[in-house]
Design a protein around this ligand. Structure first.
Ligand code: PEP
Ligand code: MG
Length: 589
C-alpha cells in the first residue's frame, strides 16, 4: 500500500469512517459547438430539447422515489427544487425562441441562455445562492448530456468500496450509487446544510469537504480514508493506518439502518448502576424513527430548520403542526425536544433577503432572527404548542446570549397559550421550555438563566467555536477548535452545576456528546442526557456500561484541574484505554 499517509484537515459533513479507492469525477467537459440549423429542421431541434428535458425530469423523479423508500418523504423533498428547475417552461421557451430566431442547434441555444441566467447568480458568497446555482448547473448538465447523446451514463456502480471525489455531488448522483459500494464522499463544496450533506447523513454515507485537489493530490485508484466525524482526510494510508481504521470502522456502524435494526436494546447503565439517558439528534423525520422509538430512545434535539432546508421555503403552521404531531406520536412516551428554527450564520435562509454579513457566525442568528421575525416565530410556537397534547414535547431555544431574549420569548409563549385557551385549542399546559447553552455569555450567566427555564441543552459545536474563536466550518483553524480545551470544559462544568443547583436537567447535544473519549467527563459531571447522531447510540450505550460513575466523578474533578489542552487530551486518552479494557455490563454480575 502507498504509505505516504498524507493527512489533510477538512470539514465533517456526514459522520462515519469511509475507506476505499478514490474515484475522481471531474465536472464533465461537455463540448458544445454552434451549428446552423435549416428552417425545416427547427421544429425537430425544439423537439430534441423537450425530449432531453423530459428525460432529465424522469431521471430526477426516479431518484426521488428511490429516496422516499430509503429516507422518507421529508428527505426526498430535496429533489423538488431540481425537478422544478428542469420543468421551468419559461426558460425552455426562451431557449426554443433562440433556436428559432438564431437558427441554431438546441445545445448551443441552451448553453447560451443558461450562461445569461447564471451570470447574475454566480460569485455569490451566500450558501443559498450557491445551492441554487449548483442545482441549476446540475440539472443543465443532465439536459446537455442528453442533448449530446452522452446522457445515459449517469448510473455509477463500483466493484469495490469506493470514495467518490469531486467538486460536489447532486442528490441524484448519490442516490444512483448509494447501494453500490459507495464508501464515502470527498468534495470541495457542500457544507453540512447543503442538499448533499443532508442526503449523505440520511443515508449514513460518510462525507467530508476539504481542499483535496491542491496539486492533484487525489488520483483515481489511490487508497483513501475519510473521517466524517472529525473531517480528517488520509491520502495513501500505510498498511498500519489502514488496518487501525478498519478496526475502528466496523463498516456496519456507519449504516444507520443496519446499526439500528440489528440493535435489540439501548441500556446505558454504568458499572455501578447509574443510568445516563441517551437521545437522538434528528434533522428530518424519516424511516429511522421507528427503530429509535422501538428502542425507547427519545429525541434530544430536533433541528427544525432542516424542514426549511429540505424544501427551501418555510413550512406554514399547519404543515409544522402535522410534522410535530407525527413525531410526538412516533416517539411517545419518550420526550421529543423541538428546537425552534436556528437560521442565520452558516444556515443561511434566502427568505430573509440578500443579507451579507462580515462575520455571520456572530451575526443575525438563532433566537435573534426569530425575535425579529415575529410572524414566523409565532407560527412555529403555535404549531409546537398545538402538537403538544400528548405531553412529551418540549421547546428549545437556539443561540441564547442574554436573559432579555429568553424573557421576551417566554412572554410570546404565554400570549400564544392565552390565545389557544380562548379558542379552546388543547395544548400541554406544563410544556417545558429550555435553552441552548452554546454562547459563552450564556454559560457564564447559567446560574441566572437556570432560574428562568425548565432545562438546558449544551450545544458544544457552537460553544467551542465561540470560546476558542475558531470557525467550526473552517478547516484552516481546526487545530484551534478544541472541545477538550480547559476553558471549554470549565464552561460546561459551570453550566451543569448551575442547572443542578436549581434542580433542572441538562443535556449535551453537540457532536461531543457522541464522543466516547469525552464520555467519562460527561458521566462524571452528572450530565442527564447525551443526545447524538442515531448511529452512535448503540456504541455509546455499550461504552457507558463499561464506565464506573464513581471513578468518572473522580476523573472529572482531576480533569478540571488540568491547565492545558495537551494534558487534558492525554488524560482522556488514558481513560479511554482503561474503559476499553473493562467488561461491558460488569455491574450486572
Ligand atoms: C451545537 O451548536 O452544538 C448544536 C447542537 O447546534 P447546531 O450544531 O445545530 O448549531
Ligand atoms: Mg448550535
Amino acid at each position: 500500500m502507498g504509505g505516504e499517509n498524507i493527512i489533510i484537515k477538512g470539514v465533517p459533513v456526514s459522520g462515519g469512517i469511509g475507506m476505499g479507492e478514490a474515484q475522481v469525477l471531474r465536472d464533465p467537459m461537455l463540448q458544445v459547438v454552434r451549428r446552423a440549423v435549416v428552417v425545416s429542421k427547427i421544429k425537430q431541434e425544439i423537439g430534441r430539447l423537450s425530449e432531453a428535458s423530459d428525460k432529465t425530469i424522469a431521471e430526477l423523479k426516479t431518484a426521488r422515489s428511490k429516496a422516499v423508500k430509503a429516507i422518507g418523504e421529508h428527505g426526498a423533498n430535496i429533489f423538488d427544487a431540481q425537478i422544478l428547475i428542469a420543468s421551468d417552461q419559461q426558460f425552455m421557451s426562451t431557449v426554443a425562441d433562440r433556436i428559432t430566431a438564431e437558427k441554431i442547434n438546441a445545445e448551443f441555444a441552451y448553453q447560451e441562455t443558461l450562461a445569461d441566467t447564471l451570470k447574475s447568480l454566480e460569485g455569490s458568497r451566500d450558501p443559498y445562492m450557491r445551492q441554487m446555482v449548483y442545482d441549476i448547473r446540475s440539472v443543465s448538465e443532465r439536459i446537455l448530456s442528453f442533448l449530446l447523446g452522452v446522457g445515459e451514463k449517469n448510473d455509477l456502480g463500483f466493484q469495490s468500496p469506493t470514495i467518490l471525489v469531486g467538486r460536489i455531488f447532486s442528490p441524484g448522483q448519490i442516490m444512483a450509487c448509494a447501494k453500490k459500494n459507495l464508501a464515502g464522499l470527498l468534495t470541495l463544496e457542500g457544507g453540512p446544510t447543503s442538499h448533499m450533506g443532508l442526503i449523505a447523513r440520511s443515508l449514513g454515507i460518510p462525507a467530508v469537504t476539504g481542499e483535496w485537489n491542491d496539486g492533484d493530490r487525489v488520483i483515481t485508484g489511490n487508497n483513501l480514508i475519510i473521517d466524517g466525524n472529525n473531517g480528517e482526510i488520509i491520502l495513501n494510508p500505510d498498511d498500519e493506518t489502514w488496518r487501525s481504521f478498519r478496526r475502528i470502522r466496523l463498516r456496519k456502524r456507519s449504516q444507520p439502518f443496519a446499526v439500528l435494526s440489528s440493535t435489540k436494546k439501548i441500556e446505558p447503565i454504568c458499572t455501578d448502576g447509574r443510568e445516563v439517558t441517551l437521545a437522538a439528534n434528528l434533522e428530518i423525520p424519516g424511516p429511522l424513527d421507528s427503530h429509535l422509538s422501538r428502542l425507547g430512545v427519545g429525541v434530544g434535539l430536533f433541528r427544525t430548520e432542516f424542514l426549511y432546508f429540505s424544501k427551501q421555503s418555510f413550512p406554514d403552521e399547519e404543515e409544522q403542526f402535522q410534522v410535530y404531531s407525527e413525531i410526538a406520536n412516533q416517539f411517545y412516551p419518550e420526550e421529543v425536544t423541538l428546537r425552534t428554527f436556528d437560521l442565520g450564520g452558516d444556515k443561511y435562509a434566502a427568505e430573509f433577503g440578500n443579507i451579507v454579513e462580515e462575520n455571520p457566525a456572530m451575526g443575525w442568528r438563532g433566537l435573534r432572527v426569530l425575535l425579529e421575525t415575529p410572524k414566523l416565530f409565532k407560527n412555529q410556537l403555535r404549531a409546537m404548542l398545538r402538537a403538544s397534547t400528548l405531553g412529551n414535547l418540549q421547546i428549545l431555544l437556539p443561540m441564547v446570549s442574554d436573559e432579555g431574549e429568553v424573557m421576551e420569548t417566554l412572554d410570546i409563549i404565554e400570549k400564544i397559550k392565552r390565545e389557544l385557551r380562548r379558542s379552546r385549542i388543547e395544548f400541554d399546559e406544563g410544556i417545558k421550555v429550555g435553552i441552548m447553552i452554546e454562547v459563552p455569555s450564556a454559560a457564564i450567566a447559567a446560574d441566572y438563566l437556570a432560574e428562568k427555564v425548565d432545562f438546558f441543552s449544551i450545544g458544544t459545536n457552537d460553544l467551542i467555536q465561540y470560546t476558542m474563536a475558531a470557525d467550526r466550518g473552517n478547516y484552516r483553524v481546526t487545530n484551534y477548535y478544541m472541545g477538550h480545551h480547559p476553558s471549554v470544559l470549565k464552561l460546561i462544568q459551570r453550566t451543569v452545576h448551575a442547572a443542578h443547583d436549581i434542580g433542572i436537567p441538562v443535556s449535551v447535544c453537540g457532536e461531543m456528546a457522541g464522543s466516547r473519549t469525552m464520555a467519562p467527563f460527561f458521566v462524571g459531571l452528572g450530565v442527564d442526557v447525551l443526545s447524538m447522531a442515531p448511529t452512535q447510540l448503540p456504541a455509546m450505550a455499550d461504552w457507558i456500561s463499561r464506565i464506573s460513575y464513581i471513578n468518572a466523578k473522580r476523573f472529572t474533578s482531576r480533569l478540571l484541574r488540568l491547565s492545558t489542552a495537551y494534558q487534558v487530551s492525554r488524560a482522556l486518552a488514558e481513560a479511554y484505554d482503561y474503559i476499553k479494557s473493562q467488561k461491558k455490563g460488569a455491574w450486572l454480575k
